[in-house]
Design a protein around this ligand. Structure first.
Ligand SMILES: Cc1cc2nc3c(=O)[nH]c(=O)nc-3n(C[C@H](O)[C@H](O)[C@H](O)COP(=O)(O)OP(=O)(O)OC[C@H]3O[C@@H](n4cnc5c(N)ncnc54)[C@H](O)[C@@H]3O)c2cc1C
Length: 477
């Protein structure tokens, strides 16, 4: 239970009960109360010391990528953190995610467990292919190791639930409190209060809205109904276990991790190994045909195979092994003017603030950067009165970047989905010229993954360094 809740509610329950109880029962309850109080006190003692002597009570709505990341960094900065999550447990939703160096370096600093690191697959090459026959349009043979050399950190392909579990385990070690199966329905922003559907109330000095693309927190901040908009694309998310495909070429493709992206008319496909190279995560994007209001649905494997029947034969062979498939409508949102309230005790992070389509695989990476940044800034404050300035600093640092990544991701949709014709031929011949490092790309390049201006800006970002720079130029008054 949240630190403030446990004390008040338990005391109240004991007081109400005491009027009707025998002395023996009273003594028994008092002993329980002492044990519980000691447990809570002990957990508070286990927390790291507040870096600057100011310990905040922080409520995080949503235990996804951003919420869990913020919980770790806020706890490391010495604050008391409570995460409220609607889902009953951390469960596999969707397939894998790519964690790029900008986020992987943060996970390393946070000291995630060995089992987390061993659950990742590390892609060697990155291949962009033509849909119809798998011809390589552009390849970087040394993709993962090359990024590590350039940006000092790994690129991980990993099952989404493995990331969540790695973050959750670390947050628990740091004393973060979790309430699963607790959906927030009411938020009093200025009062720092949130209320669950079951009527539980939590109060903090700061509320962080990390409740994802369907954010309730965002609506409260905007003061109006605000629904995500359909992008027009839909994705099939699939996991194929290596042991479920015959030994030989197909299985080798899984156990030797690489990143493949196929460009096709109005569609694209992405594949990479996950779970230490024992499974393949596949995402197939196609035009959306789900009715308005339906965001996720079990799909038909037959229909999917039919749609991708004339694609690269290796892809079609993988699809033959798919039994169950999920379809997700890909959503986005307009940029908003602010992510923080006027009082300076409420902030949005992750998809709640800057959702992005996954065509540069950056939604989770950006949410992790957000979580690190807010926690690091809050490690620098020396009094609660500095909270508004801290949130303003967070917004200045993160808003322009988050929104720029979202816009760049949207650009990739046009680049990937060209129909066959002169524009597509021009794209393919440009890519081919630079494939396999035949020539050095020296100026802005339309494939953002390898653009020499965009890539270092994206993957070279270091939240710790950025926070130090921001504090140096605007120290807290
Ligand atoms: C097909 C696909 C592929 C992707 N691939 C990648 C990738 O390779 N790399 C990458 O970086 N990103 C990827 N993303 C994007 C990434 O998944 C999201 O951007 C990321 O999860 C956002 O993190 P978040 O914490 O903001 O939201 P989420 O991770 O969605 O977490 C929000 C949490 O809030 C909870 N919640 C919601 N409402 C409430 C409420 N009212 N009360 C309490 N809890 C609530 C939810 O249950 C959820 O756990 C992909 C997305 C898709 C759809």
């Amino acid at each position: 239970m949240g630190g403030r809740r446990l004390g008040d509610q338990t005391k109240q329950a004991l007081a109400t009960a005491s009027s009707n109880l025998s002395p023996i029962t009273m003594k028994f309850l008092a002993n329980i109360w002492t044990i519980l109080s000691n447990l809570v006190a002990q957990r508070q003692d286990d927390l790291p010391d507040a870096t600057n002597g100011c310990r905040l009570d922080i409520i995080i709505v949503g235990g996804g990528m951003g919420g869990l990341s913020a919980s770790i960094q806020c706890a490391l900065s010495g604050h008391h953190v409570t995460v409220i999550e609607a889902a009953r447990e951390l469960a596999e939703t969707g397939a894998g995610i790519q964690v790029t160096p900008n986020a992987a370096k943060l996970l390393k600093r946070w000291g995630l467990s060995e089992s987390f690191w061993s659950s990742a697959a590390r892609p060697s090459s990155m291949n962009f292919r033509r849909y119809s026959d798998g011809t390589i349009l552009f390849r970087e043979q040394d993709y993962g190791p090359g990024l590590k050399r350039k940006y000092g950190s790994e690129t991980l392909n990993i099952s989404r639930v493995d990331v969540q579990k790695g973050l959750y385990d670390r947050a628990k070690e740091l004393g973060v409190e979790f309430h699963f199966g607790t959906k927030v329905v009411e938020i009093d922003m200025d009062g720092g209060r949130v209320k669950s559907a079951a009527g539980l109330e939590f109060k903090g000095d700061l509320v962080i809205g990390a409740d994802g693309i369907w954010s309730r927190c965002r609506e409260v901040l905007l003061g109006k109904e605000d629904h995500p908009e359909a992008t027009g694309d839909l994705v099939y998310r699939i996991i194929i276990n290596a042991e479920d495909v015959p030994a030989g070429e197909l299985r080798d493709k899984i156990t030797n991790p690489e990143l493949n992206i196929w460009f096709g008319p109005d569609c694209h496909a992405v594949s990479y190994s996950i779970r230490s190279g024992t499974a393949l995560g596949l995402g197939l994007v196609r035009p959306d045909d789900l009715p308005p209001g339906v965001s996720k649905k079990e799909g038909s494997a037959e229909e999917m195979r039919e749609l991708f029947r004339n694609w690269d034969p290796i892809l079609a062979r993988f699809l033959d092994h798919v039994k169950v498939v999920e379809t997700w409508k890909l959503m986005h949102r307009q940029e908003v003017e602010t992510w923080i309230n006027d009082k300076g005790n409420f902030v949005l992070i992750g998809d709640a603030s800057h959702p992005m389509i996954p065509y540069l695989a950056q939604g989770a990476n950006s949410a992790i950067e957000d979580g690190a940044t807010i926690g690091l800034i809050l490690g620098k404050i020396t009094s609660k009165s500095q909270l508004p300035q801290a949130l303003q600093m967070f917004q200045t640092m993160r808003k322009a970047r988050g929104e720029a990544v979202a816009r760049e991701s949207l650009k990739m949709r046009t680049f990937y989905h060209m129909r066959d014709g002169p524009e597509q031929q021009e794209r393919d011949s440009l890519l081919e010229k630079y494939s396999d490092s035949k020539r050095t790309i020296e100026e802005k390049f339309p494939l953002s993954w390898v653009c020499p201006i965009f890539q270092p800006w994206l993957f070279g970002y270091d939240a710790n360094i950025e926070v130090e720079k921001a504090i140096e130029s605007s120290p807290f008054a």
